[in-house]
Design a protein around this ligand. Structure first.
Ligand SMILES: [Zn+2]
Length: 132
């Protein structure tokens, strides 16, 4: 029971690849040369679910504090890329409805529909601002 057609998923996949590529460039630009090599190595073997944990900790090691947000976004996109083919992809994590395609194209890593994201942001606003 896939929520979206193959064509629709391809649109999301394209958007995801573009964003991931741009983000990777941005992260590279913020890293020193030795850090870039580490990051490139991590990118090179990022496929496969079992490397999730290792990938996350490696990225955390490589990234300096100023890159945390970008690396987090990149990890979210990686996770979205892995789930793109699963029947659950695009289902709102909170209420279960299909997230509109336009929202997924704008943000392939979106986990919630707009209404649930609003609720989430309202209840988590103090945490978000606390780290800035
Ligand atoms: Zn929802």
């Amino acid at each position: 029971m896939s929520t979206y057609s193959k064509q629709q998923l391809q649109v999301v996949r394209d958007a995801l690849d573009r964003q991931r590529g741009a983000l990777a460039e941005y992260i590279r630009a913020g890293l020193s040369e030795s850090e870039q090599n580490q990051f490139a190595a991590i990118l090179g073997h990022s496929a496969g679910d079992s490397s999730d944990e290792a990938l996350a900790s490696s990225l955390a090691d490589v990234a300096s504090a100023r890159l945390d947000i970008e690396v987090n976004q990149w990890r979210e996109l990686e996770a979205a890329a892995r789930h793109l083919d699963s029947p659950e992809f695009g289902a709102c994590q909170d209420c279960g409805i299909a997230i509109p395609l336009a929202r997924l194209t704008a943000n392939p890593a979106a986990l919630r529909c707009v209404a649930c994201q609003d609720d989430y942001d309202k209840t988590h606003v103090s945490q978000q601002h606390g780290s800035l």
